[in-house]
Design a protein around this ligand. Structure first.
Ligand code: AMP
Ligand code: MN
Ligand code: MN
Ligand code: MN
Length: 292
């Protein structure tokens, strides 16, 4: 079974509308998809409906932006109830912060002679509530300032570069609490991407587990084979389940193709080990062949 439990639609910084994303996932052989847009759950209803039509499994997800010990982290929530008021209020707060940060990014880029970046980025954001650095990057590529999204990040949008604006996201505690209030499982996204030493990573995993976190992404678009092994080991050590996701955003951009990447290492406990999914390709095939 191919589980892809981390990807983005145009509701955040992906390029495909939720239904088109699901269609592509089905074509790429994904059996169970989790849509995890940054700080927004408004694509889930459309995606769930498309998944039913395509005959693949679907779980409601979100990827919440967090600041922990001065470092930006991402926490994925899986099997959340998107209508939960605590979750919705929390995400609304983050979205306001994103808007304010985006105005400042626009001002910083303006000082470097790049005019109209805020408005330009907003044009690239299908959902104005969720504006992020990727939208700025696509605008700068469109303007011919850089050749691709990756080089915009390298030259403008990361710490120490002219368009970088430091931002305080929500706390790890709040993100986990909202996910749990919404009945979901909290999973630490792409741990290999954070600028943390081994000791800080172990402190993070311990604290995350203490707060109610249940899993960690072991296989994700930005991990190397060494990191698959490392985080499988650390997940087991800290009593956390393992998750798998592509972090797909757009064909040929940041992240893997939908459903891509190796299977979880055998020693892991998959985050889906006790899920009861009814609408998957396999169940469909089974229900056609098993007489009722
Ligand atoms: P934001 O949450 O607005 O700060 O944007 C974070 C997003 O930017 C991530 O989810 C990625 O989609 C994208 N991103 C971050 N770093 C890079 C990079 N080096 N190259 C391309 N995309 C990146
Ligand atoms: Mn992203
Ligand atoms: Mn992320
Ligand atoms: Mn992501």
């Amino acid at each position: 079974m191919n589980y892809d439990l981390h990807c983005h639609s145009s509701i955040s910084d992906g390029v495909l509308a939720p239904a088109d994303l699901v269609q592509r996932a089905a074509e790429k052989g994904v059996d169970v998809l989790g849509l995890t847009d940054h700080d927004d759950v408004s694509g889930l209803a459309e995606a769930a409906q498309a998944a039913r039509a395509a005959g693949i499994g679907f779980v409601n997800g979100v990827e919440i932006s967090v600041t922990w010990s001065g470092v930006t982290l991402h926490v994925v929530g899986l099997n959340i109830d998107p209508d939960n008021p605590d979750l919705q209020a929390g995400l609304a707060g983050i979205q306001q912060g994103r808007h304010a940060r985006a105005e400042r990014i626009g001002q910083e880029l303006g000082k470097k002679g790049i005019a109209g970046a805020f408005e330009g980025a907003l044009r690239h954001a299908a959902n104005p509530r969720m504006i992020g650095r990727t939208h700025f990057a696509r605008f700068l590529v469109e303007q011919g300032v850089c050749k691709d999204v990756r080089s915009v990040f390298r030259k403008y949008l990361v710490r120490g570069k002219p368009g970088y604006v430091a931002h305080e996201w929500t706390s790890l505690e709040s993100a986990v609490a909202w996910i749990r209030a919404a009945g979901g499982q909290a999973v630490l996204a792409h741990p290999g991407r954070y600028d943390l030493k081994g000791k800080a990573t172990r402190r993070l995993l311990a604290e995350f587990r203490e707060l109610g976190g249940e899993g960690v992404e072991v296989v994700t678009g930005s991990h190397t084979p060494d990191q698959h092994a490392l985080f499988a080991e650390l997940a087991n050590l800290h009593g956390l389940a393992a998750s798998r996701g592509s972090d797909f955003h757009a064909p040929g951009e940041h992240g893997r193709e939908l459903g891509g990447g190796p299977e979880l290492p055998l020693k892991c406990t998959p985050i889906w080990h006790n899920w009861n999914l009814t609408n998957t390709r396999q169940n469909r095939t089974a229900s056609k062949t098993v007489p009722t």
